[in-house]
Design a protein around this ligand. Structure first.
Ligand SMILES: *[C@@H]1O[C@H](CO)[C@@H](O)[C@H](O)[C@H]1NC(C)=O
Ligand SMILES: *[C@@H]1O[C@H](CO)[C@@H](O)[C@H](O)[C@H]1NC(C)=O
Ligand SMILES: *[C@@H]1O[C@H](CO)[C@@H](O)[C@H](O)[C@H]1NC(C)=O
Ligand SMILES: *[C@@H]1O[C@H](CO)[C@@H](O)[C@H](O)[C@H]1NC(C)=O
Ligand SMILES: *[C@@H]1O[C@H](CO)[C@@H](O)[C@H](O)[C@H]1NC(C)=O
Ligand SMILES: *[C@@H]1O[C@H](CO)[C@@H](O)[C@H](O)[C@H]1NC(C)=O
Length: 512
């Protein structure tokens, strides 16, 4: 028996918790899913066949959702294209699509499945959320009929959208987001005319949502953080890794730190397409991540996060502008990093102070290696310019990276392993943008949580010797104002597609 005073105390405190009900921390999960793909995505199937395939994937997601709920998880994110895959035409994706209403209609598909026609996938997701009392984030396809009263209506009389949906722990639809920045080849979908900025409130913070390629652009991604002040981003993705700077775990964790938000990234698991890399990232470090090129297994990650993460403002150019340049005397050379021509210098000694500039960007590195290994070459590089392959976006990048071989011509090529550890590093740059994403990637595509930080004056600093050999230390800056104004996105996509056919595809096969 509890003494009466304690009982009273407990009653009052329970009452208070119910009244305030906001929580300081929450448990988040992401599931990296080995999607079961249709045998043929270019021949139309019946709605029954489409649903059978989607239910196979939902069976697997159901296990992950139930396992997460059993551990007390509040919210779980599943990947983009995780219920039916990719490589469809407009016509062949159609049987997989459902009409997804605006969440303002206040709909719980599990309780009221027939209200918006035939919507078995939304019903099943809603019931999974309700029965497991967990928020469920998934990516499915939306269809919206249109006609000649709308001059932009596609010839087949409908819009088709790559869509994220969120069901709350009662099964209610609380968010719907139509992907804005489609990747090339996503011709089965339309980009919405207006960019949608989608948020929702919970007792464990305010959430925003976007999808995959959206992360490289200002809208809606930056707007959600800067203007709508979300605490946590939900990020379904089908991300193909590209080293040295655009590997999933590396770039997504860097975005979380650069923007000062929590970030829940769920990727597809498909090593043959270089799709792996999911994580739960806080602004000050990654909390959990997964990268696996060796097996075909899915993976559930769970971690605690602050409901309202704190991060201090950084001025990314203060330090670099305050110091003079260090003439190294080393020969500069050009190297290509994912189609962009960087200016490099090699790191000649075991320790040093280096500067390298490209256009308006000067990058400073102060470093100390554990040892200078003769079989490995590292270089410091700068790039200030418009990237034009697989999309057009303006970059300012300072990077220290391991070259693929000891030949300087290999600096910037993809490499996954290294042997050199660093005792210390400090990297900074004279950035014109305040949107800079700090990346530290170790050998075998591993993150280094808790081993580095960003100072208010814009230095990416080690806080201890690296726990593993280093692939790259990078400040990846995006200068959104310098992006080309693109109302011709379809032209650009067509052009990008041609470039991809000619250049990227063979390279990707070489890499994989
Ligand atoms: C794909 O084809 C195989 C062999 O014909 C069949 O067993 C399997 O069920 C098919 N899968 C799907 C998703 O249709
Ligand atoms: C065209 O579409 C609009 C909105 O989708 C609808 O209100 C209208 O009735 C449609 N007109 C015809 C002729 O179908
Ligand atoms: C979300 O929650 C915050 C903090 O509790 C509150 O200030 C805000 O008004 C809420 N927004 C909405 C749209 O409910
Ligand atoms: C960053 O600091 C520099 C001086 O070091 C200043 O000129 C600039 O306006 C600052 N930028 C921002 C966005 O505060
Ligand atoms: C590198 O430069 C910084 C700033 O100019 C200076 O404080 C530091 O002592 C230098 N380090 C080395 C190893 O030369
Ligand atoms: C990050 O912040 C949390 C508090 O939110 C703290 O417990 C943790 O130690 C910090 N981690 C690092 C690496 O600074």
């Amino acid at each position: 028996m509890l003494p009466p005073r304690l009982l009273v105390y407990m009653t009052i405190s329970a009452f208070c918790i119910l009244r305030v009900s906001a929580v300081d921390t929450f448990l988040a999960a992401v599931y990296e899913h080995t999607v079961i793909l249709p045998n043929d995505t270019l021949t139309p199937v019946s709605p029954e066949e489409a649903l059978a395939l989607m239910n196979q994937n939902l069976d697997i997601l159901e296990e992950a959702i139930a396992a997460a709920a059993k551990k007390g998880v509040h919210i779980i994110v599943t990947p983009e294209d995780g219920i039916y895959g990719w490589d469809f035409s407009r016509e062949t994706i159609y049987p997989y699509l459902e009409d997804i209403p605006d969440p303002q209609v206040n709909w719980n598909p599990c309780n009221n499945p027939k209200r918006f026609g035939y919507t078995p996938v939304q019903e099943r997701l809603s019931c999974l959320a309700k029965e497991n009392a967990i928020y469920v984030v998934a990516n499915i396809g939306d269809k919206k009929p249109c006609n000649s009263s709308d001059p932009q209506c596609p010839p087949d009389g409908r819009y088709q959208y790559n869509t994220n949906v969120v069901f709350d722990s009662d099964g209610k639809l609380v968010a719907r987001y139509h992907k804005k920045n489609l990747f090339m080849g996503e011709d089965q979908f339309d980009s919405p005319k207006m960019t949608e900025v989608v948020t929702f409130n919970t007792t464990f913070g305010k959430f925003g949502i976007f999808t995959c390629f959206d992360i490289l652009f200002h809208d809606p991604a930056v707007t959600l953080v800067k203007d709508f002040h979300v605490d946590t981003i939900l990020f379904p993705t089908a991300w193909m890794n590209v080293l040295p700077h655009l590997s999933a775990v590396e770039f997504h964790s860097a975005w979380a730190m650069g923007m000062g938000v929590n970030f829940l990234a769920a990727n597809i698991h498909q090593p043959l397409k270089r799709m792996t890399g999911s994580g739960i990232y806080a602004p000050n470090s990654s909390r959990a991540f997964h990268y696996d090129m060796k097996t075909n297994k899915g993976k559930l990650l769970i971690s605690q996060l602050d409901s309202h993460p704190y991060s201090s403002a950084v001025n990314w150019s203060t330090y670099a502008n305050s110091i003079g340049t260090h003439a190294t005397g080393n020969q500069e050379f050009k190297g290509i990093v994912f189609f962009d021509k960087f200016t490099f210098v090699t790191l000649k000694e075991v320790t040093g102070n280096y500067t390298v500039c490209h256009k308006d960007l000067c990058c400073h590195l102060n470093y100390k290696m554990s040892e200078k290994r003769s079989e490995e070459l590292y270089a410091l590089g700068a790039f200030d310019g418009l990237h034009t392959v697989e999309g057009q976006y303006y970059l300012q990048i300072c990077t220290m990276l391991k070259c693929k071989t000891t030949n300087v011509n290999s600096c910037g090529e993809s490499v996954e392993t290294a042997s050199t550890r660093f005792e210390t590093f400090s990297l900074s740059g004279t950035f014109g943008t305040q949107y800079v994403f700090p990346e530290v990637l170790l050998s075998e595509v591993q993150l280094a949580p808790g081993e580095f930080q960003v100072s208010r004056d814009g230095q990416l600093l080690s806080t201890k010797p690296t726990s593993g050999p280093v692939l790259t230390v990078t400040l990846f800056g995006r200068w959104y104002e310098k992006d080309p104004i693109s109302d011709t996105s379809s032209d650009l996509r067509a052009q990008a597609l041609r470039v991809m056919m000619i250049i990227v595809m063979p390279i990707m096969y070489l890499l994989s």
